[in-house]
Design a protein around this ligand. Structure first.
Ligand code: PEP
Ligand code: MG
Length: 852
C-alpha cells in the first residue's frame, strides 16, 4: 500500500501536507502547534479518499482507535484550496442506542438523545439521501426516527460505528466526484483532477451539563476589514447552529440588545480573544474560529480565513504588514489584480440574485443599473432628468460618444475586447458588455428581444456587469468602489517594488485627470482623433477630411488648431512634469463618416453642400477594408496639412504649458500605422519644419521626441530601419494582433467564443497577448530596434498593456513601460510589482519614478 494512501493523527510533528491532506488538515495542525485546545483529529489523505470513493474500505478500526472506547466523531472536508468547496460536515457519527445509553450518564439523557436524533437525521439526509419530510413526526424521539428510517429504507439503521463511518466517508468522497461539485470548483480555478482530503475529529458535544454550546468568532468587519469582534454563541448547540439561529444566539461582545459571552463567560471570552491574536500572528491571517464549550471547557474545532470583500482584503493585508505580521511584499502578493479591478468600480454584490438576460465579453469592468435606452438622444434625455440609463447598440461609432458619456453602462451586440465601445468605455470607466450576440435590437421600435424570447422596451430597468460580461433584468444589489487609504498605501508599496513603468492611455483633459488620480507616470498614448468625438468638433474634423481642395481644408484646419492647442495645453499642464505622448491622427475613416441622415444633413449645412453631394463624397471615401485603408500615417502622407496642423498645435501648447523659468515641456509625438521607413522620414522632415517655424515665430528653442507606433507586422520586421529615425517605439498590439492574425478587431467577437471553446485559441488574442506569434514579432522588433539605437525607449500601448500576463511578457522583453486605460493603471502597477517580487530580472534597470 502506498504511504500516501493512509491516515495520520494530527500532532505537531505529524507529516501533514496541504497538497496531500488538504488545507483544513494543515490549518488544524497549525492550531495544534499554536497550543490551541483542538480535539483529536485524524487526517485522511487525498489518495485514500479517492480509494474510498472507488469502494475500498480503509482501516476503520485504526482510525476509530484514536478516539477511545466510545468514539463520537465528525467528518469534515479538507480541499487543497478552501474555496474549492467540498461536501458539508457530518457530526455525531458513532451515536447509536448503546452510545446514547452510555452518554446519558455522562451528559444527561436529554442531551444524549438529542445527539442521537441529530445523527439519525443527518445520516438519513446526507448519506442515505432521504427527504427531510419523513421526520415531520410529532414528539420525534430517536426510536421514532429509527423506525421512520427503517420504513423508508427497508433496512435497519446502521448501529455498527465502523459501518456508519464507512458510509459517511464513501458518501462524502463520492459527493466530491459529482458533476456539479466538479463544475463549481473548476469555476474557482481547481484543476480537473483535484482531489479532497477528509478530517475525522472527536466531537466536543456542545450539549449537556455545565455551560455547553457552540459559536463562531472573527476579528474583522468582513466588508471594511477594520478590526472588530464579530460572531454569535448559542447554548446547547453544535457546529454553526449559532449562525443559523441568530435570534436565539448570544452576542459575543457586550451589547445593549441582549446578553453576551463577554459578560456571562468572561474567561472563555478572554481565551477566545487570545487565540484570535495567536492565530493572526501564527497563521499570518485574520481567522474565523469555530469553537465549542463542553461542560465549561473551550475547544477550538476549526479555523478558516475570514471571508471578506475585496476592500477588506486590501485593508487586512495592509494592516498585517503595518503590524509586521507579514512583509510588505507579502501584502502586495496577497491581492490579486482582479481584486484591484473590482475595487475601482461599483460591483454587483457577491450574493445578489442574477436574472441573466444576455452574455457577452466582459469588456469594461464595474456594474451599473439603469433604464434601457436605444440611442444617444434618449441617453442624454435620461441624464437631463437625472436618471441612470444603459445604452444598447448593435455597435457604437463616434456618433454615439455623447450617448456613452450620458449613460451609466454600455451593451453592444457586435464587437470584442478592442471594439470602439470597449475601448471608449474603459477610458470612461463605464461598465461595458460587448459582443452580446443572440439578441435582436429593433432600434426604431425601441425593443430588445433576448434569446429566451423575452422582450424589453425603452425604460425597462437592466443591470450591466462589465466584470463578468452579463446583463441582468432589473436592479441588482451593488457594493461601492473602495479605493481608500489602505488601497493607496498598498499601491505606494507596489510602486517602490516594480521595475517597469506604467503610463495611461488618455485622450482628453478629463482622462488625464483620471490618469493622475490613478498615479500613472505619464501618458503613453493620446489618441488625438478622440478629442473630436464632441459633436461640434466632429463636424469640423469631418470638414477637414472631406475637403476636396486645399483652401477648404486649410479653413477647417485653422478652426481645428485652437481646439487641439487648448486640449494639449491642458493635458501637458495636468500631467507636468510627467511625459505625454501624443499620437498623430489615426482615424479609421469609417468611424468618422456620418452614417445617419441627421449626421449627413449637419455636415451638408456646415460645408454648404447638398445632402446628395455629401453622400457622394462619402461614397468616394468609403473603403472596403477601412481598418487597412487610409488610416494613420497614410492620411499624414497624402494630406500633409493635417499632421502639420497637429504638430503646430502640439508645439504651441508645449510653449504655453512650460512654466516660466522651469523646465520646458518636451512633447512626445508618435506616428501611427507605419509600415515603411520612408513614411517616418517624410513625416519627420515635415514636423521638423513646423518646429523650426514655431521656434522662429515664438523666439524659443523647441525640443521634442519623435516615436513610431509599431502596429503592422512589417514595421516590427523593419524596426531596425525605423529606429534610425525614432527615439521610441510603442507597440500598438491591437492592430498588431489584428494584422498578424488577419482577424478583424470589430468582427472577431462573433466567432471568438467558438474559437476559444474549441481550443483553437487558448484565449481571445485581443485580450491576452499572443506571446507565440504577435509576441515573436514584438521580440524581433525590440531586438532589431535596440541593435540600431541602444537607448531606444520601448513600450506597449495596445489594450494588452493592462493585462498582467501580457505585462509579464513585455517586461521580459526589456520594455520600459506599458500604457493602458486609466482604470487599468492600478491593475498594471500591482501586476508589475508582483512580477518584480516573483521573478526578479537579472539585469535590474534603474527606473526613476516621479514623486506621487
Ligand atoms: C493599437 O492598435 O494597439 C492602438 C493602441 O491603437 P488603436 O487602438 O487606436 O488602433
Ligand atoms: Mg492602432
Amino acid at each position: 500500500m502506498l504511504d500516501s494512501l493512509n491516515f495520520e493523527l494530527i500532532t505537531p510533528t505529524a507529516a501533514i501536507q496541504r497538497k496531500l491532506h488538504g488545507a483544513r488538515a494543515k490549518c488544524l495542525q497549525r492550531l495544534i502547534r499554536l497550543e490551541m485546545p483542538v480535539p483529536e483529529t485524524v487526517a485522511l489523505s487525498i489518495p485514500l479518499v479517492r480509494a474510498i470513493a472507488a469502494g475500498q474500505r480503509p482501516d476503520l478500526s485504526g482510525i476509530l482507535g484514536h478516539f477511545g472506547s466510545w468514539p463520537v466523531i465528525s467528518v469534515r472536508s479538507s480541499p487543497v484550496e478552501p474555496d474549492w468547496g467540498g461536501p458539508g460536515t457530518i457530526l455525531n457519527i458513532g451515536m447509536n442506542r448503546a452510545t446514547e445509553a452510555y452518554l446519558s450518564s455522562r451528559i444527561g439523557a436529554d442531551a444524549a438523545a438529542a445527539l442521537h436524533l441529530k445523527f439519525i437525521k443527518s445520516y438519513a439526509l446526507d448519506v442515505a439521501r432521504l427527504d427531510d419530510e419523513m421526520f415531520d413526526i410529532p414528539d420525534l424521539t430517536p426510536d421514532r426516527a429509527l423506525e421512520a428510517y427503517e420504513t423508508e429504507m427497508d433496512e435497519p439503521f446502521p448501529q455498527d460505528i465502523e459501518a456508519q463511518l464507512f458510509e459517511v466517508l464513501k458518501s462524502m468522497s463520492r459527493a466530491w466526484e459529482g458533476t456539479s461539485a466538479r463544475l463549481l470548483r473548476q469555476s474557482k480555478g481547481a484543476p480537473e483532477n483535484a482531489g479532497i482530503g477528509l478530517v475525522v475529529q472527536r466531537m466536543a458535544f456542545g450539549l449537556g451539563k455545565g455551560e455547553s454550546g457552540a459559536g463562531v468568532i472573527h476579528f474583522i468587519n468582513s466588508d471594511t476589514g477594520k478590526r472588530q469582534k464579530v460572531g454569535r454563541y448559542l447554548s446547547q448547540a453544535q457546529g454553526r447552529d449559532a449562525l443559523s439561529n441568530e435570534g436565539q444566539a448570544m452576542y459575543l461582545t457586550r451589547d445593549k440588545r441582549g446578553p453576551s459571552l463577554e459578560e456571562t463567560q468572561p474567561d472563555i471570552f478572554a481565551d477566545l480573544e487570545r487565540y484570535g491574536a495567536i492565530a493572526r500572528k501564527g497563521l499570518r491571517e485574520e481567522m474565523q474560529i469555530e469553537f465549542t464549550l463542553e461542560g465549561g471547557n473551550l475547544h477550538i474545532l476549526d479555523a478558516l480565513v475570514t471571508p471578506r470583500s475585496a476592500r477588506a482584503r486590501v485593508a487586512v493585508a495592509v494592516a498585517l504588514a503595518d503590524d509586521k505580521v507579514i512583509a510588505r511584499e507579502d501584502a502586495v502578493l496577497r491581492i490579486d489584480t482582479k481584486t484591484v479591478a473590482d475595487l475601482l468600480h461599483r460591483q454587483v454584490a457577491p450574493k445578489a440574485a442574477r436574472d441573466v438576460i444576455l452574455t457577452g465579453f466582459a469588456a469594461s469592468p464595474g456594474a451599473a443599473c439603469g433604464k434601457l435606452v436605444f440611442n444617444t438622444v434618449a441617453a442624454q434625455a435620461a441624464a437631463a432628468r437625472g436618471e441612470a440609463s444603459i445604452l444598447i447598440r448593435r455597435e457604437t461609432s463616434p456618433e454615439d460618444i455623447r450617448g456613452m458619456h450620458a449613460a451609466r453602462g454600455i451593451v453592444t451586440e457586435r464587437g470584442g475586447m478592442t471594439s470602439h465601445a470597449a475601448v471608449i468605455a474603459r477610458g470612461l470607466g463605464l461598465p461595458c458588455v460587448s459582443g452580446a450576440s443572440g439578441m435582436e435590437i429593433d432600434a426604431k421600435a425601441r425593443i430588445l428581444r433576448i434569446p429566451d424570447g423575452r422582450i424589453f422596451s425603452e425604460g425597462d430597468l437592466v443591470t450591466v456587469d462589465g466584470s463578468t460580461g452579463q446583463v441582468m433584468a432589473g436592479e441588482v444589489a451593488m457594493v461601492e468602489a473602495g479605493i481608500g487609504g489602505p488601497f493607496r498605501k498598498l499601491m505606494t508599496w507596489a510602486d517602490k517594488l516594480r521595475d517597469i513603468g506604467v503610463r495611461a492611455n488618455a485622450d482628453t483633459p478629463t482622462d488625464a485627470e483620471v490618469a493622475l488620480v490613478f498615479q500613472a507616470e505619464g501618458i503613453g498614448l493620446c489618441r488625438t482623433e478622440h478629442m473630436f468625438f464632441d459633436e461640434d468638433r466632429l463636424t469640423v474634423l469631418r470638414e477637414a477630411i472631406f475637403a476636396s481642395n486645399t483652401n477648404d481644408r486649410q479653413a477647417a484646419l485653422e478652426r481645428l488648431l485652437p481646439m487641439q492647442r487648448r486640449d494639449f495645453e491642458q493635458i501637458f499642464t495636468i500631467m507636468a512634469p510627467r511625459p505625454v505622448c501624443l499620437r498623430l491622427f489615426d482615424p479609421p475613416l469609417h468611424e468618422f463618416l456620418p452614417s445617419t441622415r441627421s449626421g449627413i444633413r449637419e455636415l451638408a449645412e456646415a460645408m454648404d453642400l447638398t445632402a446628395r453631394e455629401v453622400q457622394m463624397r462619402i461614397d468616394d471615401l468609403s473603403e472596403f477594408n477601412p481598418m487597412l485603408g487610409m488610416r494613420g500615417v497614410r492620411l499624414g502622407i497624402t494630406v500633409p496639412e493635417i499632421y502639420a496642423m497637429q504638430a503646430r498645435a502640439i508645439f504651441e501648447a508645449a510653449i504655453l504649458a512650460s512654466p516660466k523659468g522651469g523646465p520646458a515641456v518636451v512633447p512626445e509625438i508618435m506616428i501611427p500605422l507605419v509600415s515603411a521607413k520612408r513614411e517616418v522620414e517624410l513625416v519627420k522632415s515635415r514636423i521638423d519644419a513646423v518646429a523650426a517655424d514655431v521656434a522662429a515665430e515664438k523666439g524659443v528653442s523647441i525640443e521634442y521626441r519623435l516615436g513610431v507606433m509599431v502596429e503592422t507586422p512589417r514595421a516590427a520586421l523593419r524596426a531596425g530601419d525605423i529606429a534610425m529615425h525614432a527615439s521610441f517605439l510603442s507597440f500598438g498590439t491591437n492592430d498588431m494582433t489584428q494584422m498578424t492574425y488577419g482577424l478583424s478587431r470589430d468582427d472577431a467577437g462573433r466567432f471568438m467564443s467558438d474559437y476559444v471553446n474549441e481550443g483553437v485559441f487558448p484565449e481571445d488574442p485581443f485580450h491576452a497577448l499572443d506571446q507565440d506569434g504577435v509576441g515573436e514579432l514584438l521580440g524581433l522588433a525590440c531586438e532589431r530596434g535596440r541593435h540600431v539605437r541602444e537607448k531606444l525607449t520601448l513600450s506597449v500601448c495596445g489594450e494588452h498593456g493592462g493585462d498582467p500576463d501580457s505585462i509579464a511578457f513585455c517586461r521580459r522583453l526589456g520594455m520600459d513601460y506599458v500604457s493602458c486605460s486609466p482604470f487599468r493603471v492600478p491593475v498594471a502597477r500591482l501586476a508589475a510589482a508582483q512580477l518584480a517580487i516573483r521573478d526578479p530580472l537579472v539585469h535590474e534597470e534603474n527606473f526613476d519614478f516621479p514623486e506621487a
